[in-house]
Design a protein around this ligand. Structure first.
Ligand SMILES: Nc1ncnc2c1ncn2[C@@H]1O[C@H](COP(=O)(O)OP(=O)(O)OP(=O)(O)O)[C@@H](O)[C@H]1O
Ligand SMILES: [Mg+2]
Length: 223
């Protein structure tokens, strides 16, 4: 099993109150699973992805990644795991405004050792071509459309070929055709054995995944 969440809880402070968002989430993923997560706005889907991506420590419960317990591990170990194994396509793109497309997509490789410069260059160019931005390599974020920004963020996540891909509404800003191309890309990554968790509000998009779960009242339900 690549991911094993047991009884994961999390909440946020709102003034003096602690508002519970996740109230005991269980989720098991085998390598090569492709899971869609649905649920109403504000139910905690992004929170769940942040926990899966080791960006947020859950307030309770346990998270085993590849059989290793993550609870209590120091931040630098989580950061290393993240850069080696996990990619996150965020709802907000977090692209660096002063860098062009190639430089943004190459960012994750700054934290990855053991790859030659030519291999990095190949993976970056390949990812940019796959999202259809070959003609935009030298553009900076301010010179790109919303859908193009989304595709840069996807290229950046996929270029290092991570084991676990977490995508928060990856087709939310795209027209049907480009969205379809991006889903084909996820499908191809999944066929190559990458595990994918994708949040979406669109049933048609969700149907491309092998499994659907819905977040409701703080817990995950099948279907
Ligand atoms: N950093 C934070 N501090 C306080 N409250 C937060 C924080 N992040 C999220 N929340 C609250 O937690 C709840 C769940 O947020 P989350 O972003 O996980 O929902 P979501 O299911 O991804 O929603 P959407 O579909 O709109 O993206 C929301 O009510 C939100 O206001
Ligand atoms: Mg969200």
């Amino acid at each position: 099993m690549i991911v094993e969440l047991r009884g994961v809880c999390h909440g946020y402070r709102r003034g003096a109150d602690l508002v519970e968002v996740l109230g005991g989430v269980d989720l098991c993923l085998d390598p090569g699973d492709f899971v869609a997560v649905m649920g109403a706005s504000g139910t905690g889907k992004s929170t769940l992805l942040h926990i899966l991506g080791c960006l947020l420590r859950p307030a309770g419960g346990s998270y085993l990644l590849d059989g290793e317990q993550l609870q209590g591990r120091p931040e630098r170990e989580l950061a290393a795991l993240r850069s080696r194994r996990i990619a996150h396509v965020f709802q907000m793109f977090y692209l660096l405004p002063h860098l062009d497309v190639v430089q943004n997509v190459a960012l994750p490789f700054l934290y990855q050792e053991g790859l030659s410069r030519s291999e990095v260059r190949y993976r970056v160019d390949d990812a940019i071509d796959r999202v259809g931005l070959g003609q935009r390599r030298k553009h900076r974020p301010a010179e790109l459309s919303g859908g193009e920004l989304q595709r840069v963020a996807i290229a950046r996540a996929l270029a290092p070929r991570p084991d676990l891909i977490l995508a928060d509404e990856p087709t939310g800003n795209l027209d049907a055709r480009t969205g379809g191309d991006i889903l084909d890309l996820f499908q191809a990554m999944n066929d190559d054995g990458h595990t994918i968790v994708m949040v979406t509000h669109d049933r048609h998009v969700a149907s491309r995944a092998g499994r659907l779960v819905t977040l409701r009242d703080g817990t995950l339900h099948d279907g």
